[in-house]
Design a protein around this ligand. Structure first.
Ligand SMILES: Cc1cc2nc3c(=O)[nH]c(=O)nc-3n(C[C@H](O)[C@H](O)[C@H](O)COP(=O)(O)OP(=O)(O)OC[C@H]3O[C@@H](n4cnc5c(N)ncnc54)[C@H](O)[C@@H]3O)c2cc1C
Length: 371
């Protein structure tokens, strides 16, 4: 596919791994993976404000939360951690193919026995000569089984540590187990590590620094994962307005019923509020400031707003919104996932309360610097 943004084909079922892969390649060809990244690795050397605008435009055209999740897992799960924590050799090896879309990346934190409580992870790494042996299982990992490389977190000597793991490593399987019914424009699967041997070059960052690396990656992800979804909500709102002007009930257009008009006003307010939060995240990133508090607030607000607006859209359109393969019904399912990925809404509230000096933080999100 060689496309302009406006021509990007909207998400449609049925989907397939081949289609997911070809949509990712088309996104890469549009340069979506190069924003806010240094030119020497193939980036545009521009800012996070440009990244936000690009994701928003892609979301509006593609109407595909799965595709946006795929892009975000790739960027915040793999590209930025390698940029921030990789040594020069790792940056040279990984960043150009990840930015061009030749390789698809992501990150593997969640396990069958732990999601929100990251510190409870049981995947472990042992030293073996100069290298490492990894064992454990990761679940609900975006971009698996299609990913080429993942940043996988496991405990080394009791402390969370990051490793670069390839789909071709012996002792490692990227499997379809645990595929989700939400965000179907992306793939989700499991990573099974059975005596997976890695040489010393696969350690990413310092041994034991994984918890801070997860926090940083999630800060970025929470700040921007809804940029594309804001674009999708723009489309969702325009569809609802169109429907409310075309359909009549009781001799007047639907939108003239105050109950309907108020729902639409609420949808508009939520969308504009999300955009304000997203612009603030981009501004802070471009100013080199910490995002801990604002990214948790953005993710919490946007996730809840996306779900409520998706429910409102179905209610206004009526039964037609629930027809098989309806894009509007899919968005409700995807919005439910939005309250879980990148840390659930409850986890964001814990973090916000902790940053205000009260409440229980989930341990990996405890503030390590200024909010
Ligand atoms: C579409 C999708 C994509 C994903 N992609 C990835 C990925 O790429 N990589 C990855 O590692 N993971 C990924 N995940 C997993 C995601 O990070 C977890 O779903 C999330 O961390 C929550 O964990 P859990 O689902 O195991 O729920 P649990 O942690 O078991 O929580 C269940 C419920 O209890 C609540 N809860 C848990 N602890 C607390 C607490 N301390 N205080 C208050 N409430 C609490 C939660 O909010 C939730 O409502 C993805 C998930 C989804 C849905």
């Amino acid at each position: 596919m060689n496309l302009e943004f406006a021509d990007f084909p909207p998400y449609a079922k049925p989907n397939s791994e081949a289609l997911i892969q070809s949509r990712f390649r088309a996104v890469a060809d549009l340069g979506v993976l190069r924003h806010a990244l240094p030119e020497r690795f193939g980036g545009y050397g521009d800012d996070f404000a440009s990244l936000y605008q690009t994701h928003r435009r892609l979301g509006e055209a593609s109407r595909d939360p799965g595709l946006m999740l795929m892009v975000n897992a790739h960027l915040w799960g793999a590209v930025f951690p390698i940029l921030l924590y990789g040594d020069e050799q790792q940056r040279q090896q990984f960043l150009p193919p990840l930015l061009s879309g030749q390789w698809l990346g992501g990150h593997a934190i969640t396990e069958p026995s732990c999601g929100s409580d990251v510190q409870a992870m049981t995947s472990c790494a042992e030293r073996s000569g100069e290298g490492f042996i990894l064992n454990g299982k990761k679940r609900y990992i975006t971009n698996v089984p299609l990913a080429d490389w993942l940043v996988v977190y496991a405990k080394l000597e009791g402390r969370i540590t990051a490793f670069l793991v390839s789909r071709d490593d012996s002792g490692c399987t990227f499997s379809r187990e645990g595929t989700l019914d939400a965000c179907q424009g992306s793939s989700t699967g499991s990573v099974i590590l059975e005596n997976c041997r890695l040489d010393a070059t696969r350690l990413l960052g310092k041994a034991g620094a994984g918890a801070q690396m997860i926090q940083k990656a999630l800060e970025y992800e929470r700040a921007f994962v809804f940029a594309g979804i804001a674009g999708i909500m723009e489309w969702q709102l325009s569809e609802v307005v169109r429907h409310s002007r075309e359909r009549r009930s009781g001799g007047i257009h639907l939108g003239h019923h105050q109950a309907v008009g108020h729902r639409i006003a609420d949808m508009k307010l939520r969308l504009d509020t999300i955009d304000l939060w997203l612009r603030e995240c981009a501004r802070l990133c471009d100013a080199g400031q910490r995002l801990t508090l604002v990214s948790a607030q953005t993710k919490l607000y946007a996730a809840e707003a996306f779900l409520q607006s998706s429910l409102d859209a179905v209610q206004i359109i009526g039964a037609a919104a629930l027809e098989q393969r309806s894009a509007m019904a899919n968005l409700v399912q995807d919005a439910l996932a939005g309250r879980l990925f990148s840390g659930s809404s409850e986890v964001q509230k814990n973090l916000i309360a902790a940053l205000l000096g009260t409440g229980e933080a989930y341990r990996d999100s405890a503030p390590s610097g200024k909010p």
